[in-house]
Design a protein. Structure first.
Length: 224
């Protein structure tokens, strides 16, 4: 079965270009030209969403926020410009990556393929019990503590997945970015630090120990 991509942009020329490219490369492509249409089309459960941020009726950040409760697939933002604060906000509400316009369509295609490969790999993993209280179900992409599920956005779970599958191994911020975003680009330390901060806050609110230890000057590691 062909993987389904939803392309959302209010510029018809961009939508047509991307649609032609991804259909040529074997994807099942759906399109939306506004934020409200995107929310409706997301109900079809695409495998990946390319989402423009700057749209007049409902911007991409609001679309992402509205659909994240029922859509688990990767969401890649398309934007002409992005401040670090906006980037952190977008990742915090469930976005997975940013593509800055103008972009190389071959680079975009590589990023899309990388995210989809990662999704396929994640479906093949299993459930692991770390101690009497903590269980990570990698196939379900859920974390349970004392039998209760801990709500996590996609990239938070991705980081936990990476670190917990390699307990004791230290990962730099740049390496986490490369592996979790699954694309060979320069890491964004502020993005990784913000995700770790959010994960730790959720762990603390649930009465958990941190599990993620900072190795000063190097990076982070998972401790049992």
């Amino acid at each position: 079965m062909r993987e389904r991509i939803l392309i959302v942009d209010d510029e018809a020329d961009i939508v047509d270009m991307l649609k032609d490219y991804f259909e040529y490369n074997g994807y099942d492509v759906r399109t939306a030209y506004s934020g409200m249409e995107a929310v409706k089309k997301a109900e079809q459960q695409p495998d990946l969403i390319l989402l423009d941020i700057n749209m007049p009726d409902l911007d991409g950040l609001e679309v992402c926020s509205r659909i994240r409760d029922f859509v688990a697939c990767p969401i890649l933002f398309l934007t002409a410009r992005i401040e670090d604060s906006d980037k952190i906000k977008g990742l915090g509400i469930g976005g997975d990556d940013y593509i800055v316009k103008p972009f190389s369509i071959e680079e975009l295609g590589a990023r899309v393929a990388a995210h989809l490969r990662r999704e396929r790999r994640q479906r093949e993993t299993a459930k692991v019990k770390f101690d009497d209280r903590l269980v990570v179900d990698y196939s379900e992409r859920s974390l349970y503590y004392n039998g209760e599920i801990l709500p996590l956005v996609k990239k938070e779970f991705d980081i936990i997945e990476l670190l917990s599958q390699h307990p004791g191994q230290v990962f730099s911020k740049e390496r986490i970015y490369e592996l979790v975003w699954d694309y060979g680009s320069e890491g964004d330390s502020s993005v990784i630090a913000e995700h770790i901060r959010r994960i730790r806050a959720k762990f603390a609110a649930a009465g958990m120990k941190s599990y993620i230890e900072t190795v000063w000057g190097v990076g982070y590691k998972w401790t049992r």
